[in-house]
Design a protein around this ligand. Structure first.
Ligand code: NAI
Length: 211
């Protein structure tokens, strides 16, 4: 498979292709044309062809796309052909909600430990995963491979914790704290802000009101 520089917009669309193809696989659909895929996903067929051509094109004229192959190739592009060990820093409302979500495992993201400073939480378990003290974090990171750390602590605490994680070799930060993190270039940060999504929704609602 040939790889060239892929735009962020295309990368942003790939998880959705992956999900749709996963649903089709579950329904034992073997192949699909770009037209059918476009109708289901409400994306133009030419957009789909253009997007997938970025990766050398997986379709065949007159046959369409082989669902299993396309699903697995997009999975590889997204890095889902490997397993990720994850920890969560902050076992409050959000940290617990993430830890309780079992479906991350199915995609290869395994929550191995949760860390907090609250003595009432330390030693408890969430979905069988132990909440450890922050005092144990450094030793844990020295003896365990951690690919991704989710940060679900108050925003004032997040930058310091993120820097510590980076210094201790964590290369992926899934940041939920509403603050920017300035980390070395070799650390990849993905920010998730539900409020941004709500603001986009409110913008669209108010646009409709004006119509
Ligand atoms: P919470 O107060 O329920 O949980 C925060 C947890 O962090 C507590 O258990 C606390 O003991 C722990 N903590 C505090 N300082 C710590 C430290 N230095 N080291 C380790 N643990 C520490 O708060 P909630 O609702 O879970 O929110 C957590 C963070 O996530 C906040 O920054 C909040 O703004 C953010 N958030 C982000 C959302 C998003 O869409 N990105 C949605 C909801 C919350």
């Amino acid at each position: 498979m040939q790889k060239k520089e892929i735009s962020k917009a295309v990368i942003n669309r790939l998880p959705r292709y992956y999900r749709y193809l996963g649903d089709l696989l579950e329904k034992d659909v073997v192949r699909i044309s770009s037209k059918e895929l476009s109708e289901r996903m409400k994306v133009t067929a030419s957009q789909i062809r253009q997007d997938l051509n970025n990766f050398g094109g997986f379709g065949q004229q007159g046959y369409g796309y082989n669902v299993e192959y396309l699903h697995s190739e997009i999975g590889k592009i997204l890095g889902l052909d490997r397993k990720y060990h994850m920890i969560i820093i902050g076992a409050g409302n959000l940290g617990q909600a993430l830890a309780n979500y079992a479906d991350f495992d199915k995609k290869g993201f395994f929550v191995k430990a949760i860390f907090d400073i609250n003595p009432n939480l330390i030693g408890s378990q969430i979905r069988g995963i132990e909440v450890k003290s922050m005092d144990e974090l450094e030793d844990y990171l020295i003896s365990n491979k951690v690919d991704i750390a989710a940060i679900t602590v108050p925003k004032t605490k997040a930058p310091g914790i993120a820097s510590d994680l980076a210094r201790l070799g964590v290369k992926g930060i899934w940041n939920f704290a509403p603050t920017d993190l300035n980390l070395p270039k070799d650390v990849t940060v993905e920010n998730v802000h539900l409020i941004d999504s709500l603001m986009k929704l409110s913008y669209r609602l108010s646009e409709k009101d004006e119509e």
